[in-house]
Design a protein around this ligand. Structure first.
Ligand code: SF4
Length: 446
C-alpha cells in the first residue's frame, strides 16, 4: 500500500474528531514540492555512479485490487482484465530493463525488494513467475536480505502461496485490517473473516521467515468489543510482527465522498483519542504476550530476528528504484515519482522512455529534517547520529521546536537519546510537523 496522488492539506492540529485529510507523514519535503520541471534532476542522478556504501532496493507497485475499500486512497484499478494486467507487467519489466543499463547501478544487486499495492497477490501464479523471473534477469536477488510481498487474504490459494515463497519472498504481509465479518463488510473489504484463517494456514505451512499482519484501528462500525476481538484473534495467530495504522480519511476516499453528499464534516469513524486508546490497548496486550513495540505502528515478536530492512534502509538514505504506476524512487539524493495514471505510464515505456513525472532534490537541511522526522516515528532520536552524519547539535539547531515538544510532556531527554513516551509515539505524525521548514508548514501534502 503505497502511493497517494491527490493533493491534501495536512491535519496539523490536535483534533478529537476525525475529519478529512492526511495524518500519516511518509516523506519530507511534502510531495506537493516535487515538480515536473525537476524531472531532469532524476535523469541526471541515474546517469551518475552511486555514492559509496549506498545500498540498492527495488519497489514494484501492483495497482490492482478485487474491489475498492471505502477508506482506500491509493491508485488502484478494480476493472482490469488479464491482457491489461499483462500489458502492465510488460511495462514494469521494460522499466527495470531501462534502469539496469544506467550508471547508478554500479554493479550493485538489490539488498531489498518490495512488492506493494494495490494487491500484489492479485496476480496469477503464471504472471508472478514471469514477472519475477524477468526482474531477476536484470537485477538478481540472490544477495537480498529481505523480499516483502503484500497480500489480500481472499486472493491466496495454497498454490499461489507456494509460488510466492518459491520466488524468494522472505516477508509476507497480510492485509487483514480487522477480524470481524460485519466490520470488514461495512468498510468494503473484499475478503471475509474465514478467508483470513484459510490464508494464514497456507502462509504458515510454507515457512516464510517473517509474517506480518496489518490492522487498522478505527474502521467504520468498530467498538471497544470489536477491537478487543481483533487483538485476541491476532494474538491467537502469533504473527512475527503486527502493524497497526490509525484510520485517516483522505479526500479521495469513498467515505469522504459520502461525507460531502451528506454535508458531514466529521468522518463516521472513531475520533483520534479513541483510536489512540485502541492502539494503546493493542500495544499493551501485545507486550504482555512477548512482543516489543518497535515503532509508532509496529509490534515485533522477536526484534533480534525480525528486521525491517526496507523501512530502515529507505529512512537512512538507500537508493530505491520505484517501478510501476505512481511509484516513488530515490536515487543519488534525488526523490522522484512516476506518472500516476496507468495509460501515460504504459505509453511512456512502450516508447522506450522512463515514466518519470516529478522530482525533488532536497537540500542538506531538508535531508537532515527528513531523517529527523522518520527516526521520530521509531520512537527514539539518537543525538550522536545527527552529530556524526550532519555535524549538527539537534537541541541547538531545533531549540524552539524541541522546546515546544518537550512542553507537551511527550518527549524526554535521556542523554544521547531523545525518547517519545507511548502517548507521544501514538501521535508522532502530528508532533513532527514542528520540524517542518516554514514554507512546508501549510503545504498540501501529497
Ligand atoms: S486492498 Fe483496499 S485499501 Fe488496499 S489498496 Fe486495495 S482497495 Fe486500497
Amino acid at each position: 500500500m503505497a502511493d497517494t496522488l491527490t493533493a491534501f492539506p495536512i491535519v496539523l492540529t490536535e483534533d478529537h474528531d476525525t475529519k478529512a485529510g492526511n495524518y500519516f507523514v511518509s516523506n519530507y519535503p511534502p510531495y506537493s514540492f516535487w515538480k515536473p520541471e525537476y524531472a531532469s534532476e532524476a535523469i541526471a542522478a541515474i546517469e551518475r555512479a552511486p555514492h559509496p556504501n549506498t545500498e540498492l532496493g527495488v519497489y514494484l507497485h501492483i495497482p490492482f485490487c478485487r474491489r475498492r475499500c471505502h477508506f482506500c486512497y491509493f491508485r488502484v484499478y478494480t476493472d482490469k482484465n488479464a491482457s491489461e494486467i499483462m500489458r502492465y507487467i510488460e511495462s514494469a519489466i521494460a522499466e527495470i530493463k531501462l534502469y539496469g543499463q544506467k550508471a547508478f547501478i554500479g554493479g550493485r544487486k538489490p539488498k531489498f525488494v518490495y512488492f506493494g499495492g494495490g494487491t500484489p497477490s492479485y496476480l496469477s501464479t503464471s504472471q508472478l513467475k514471469y514477472l519475477t523471473d524477468s526482474m531477476k534477469e536484470v537485477l538478481p536477488w540472490d544477495s537480498a536480505e529481505e523480499i516483502t510481498f503484500e497480500c489480500e487474504p481472499g486472493t491466496l490459494t495454497e498454490a499461489k502461496v507456494k509460488v510466492i515463497r518459491g520466488i524468494g519472498v522472505t516477508r509476507l504481509s497480510l492485509g487483514v485490517e480487522h477480524f470481524d465479518e460485519r466490520i470488514l463488510k461495512l468498510n468494503g473489504r473484499a475478503h471475509g473473516a474465514s478467508e483470513i484463517d484459510r490464508a494464514y494456514g497456507f502462509v504458515r505451512e510454507n515457512g516464510f521467515p517473517q509474517v506480518n499482519i496489518d490492522l487498522i484501528a478505527g474502521m467504520m462500525g468498530d467498538t471497544d468489543e470489536g477491537w478487543e476481538f481483533a487483538i485476541k484473534r491476532t494474538l491467537e495467530l502469533q504473527p512475527d510482527s503486527v502493524t497497526i495504522y490509525q484510520m485517516e480519511i483522505p479526500y479521495n476516499t469513498t467515505i469522504y465522498r459520502d461525507m460531502q453528499t451528506q454535508g458531514n464534516e466529521i468522518a463516521p469513524v472513531a475520533g483520534w483519542s479513541k483510536k489512540r486508546q485502541w492502539v494503546t490497548y493493542a500495544f499493551e496486550q501485545l507486550e504482555a504476550n512477548g512482543y516489543t513495540i518497535t515503532s509508532a505502528y509496529t509490534a515485533t515478536k522477536n526484534p533480534e530476528k525480525t528486521k525491517f530492512v526496507y523501512r530502515d534502509q529507505l529512512w537512512s538514505g538507500a537508493d530505491l528504484i520505484g517501478l510501476g504506476v505512481a511509484s516513488f524512487s530515490h536515487i543519488g539524493g534525488t526523490h522522484f515519482q512516476n506518472q500516476h495514471n496507468l495509460d501515460p505510464y504504459i505509453e511512456k515505456l512502450e516508447k522506450g522512455e522512463l515514466p518519470i513525472y516529478r522530482a525533488l532534490t532536497p537540500t542538506p537541511e531538508e535531508r537532515l529534517i527528513r531523517e529527523l522526522i522518520l527516526q521520530s516515528k521509531l520512537g527514539t532520536i539518537r543525538k550522536s547520529y545527527f552529530q556524526q552524519k550532519f555535524g549538527v547539535d539537534l537541541l541547538t539547531r531545533f531549540a524552539e521546536e524541541f522546546q515546544t515538544i518537550f512542553e507537551t510532556g511527550y518527549l524526554h531527554d535521556e542523554g544521547d537519546i531523545l525518547r517519545f513516551t507511548r502517548q507521544g509515539l501514538l501521535q508522532v505524525d502530528r508532533l513532527v510537523h514542528e520540524f517542518f521548514l516554514p514554507p512546508h508548514r501549510d503545504a498540501r501534502y501529497a
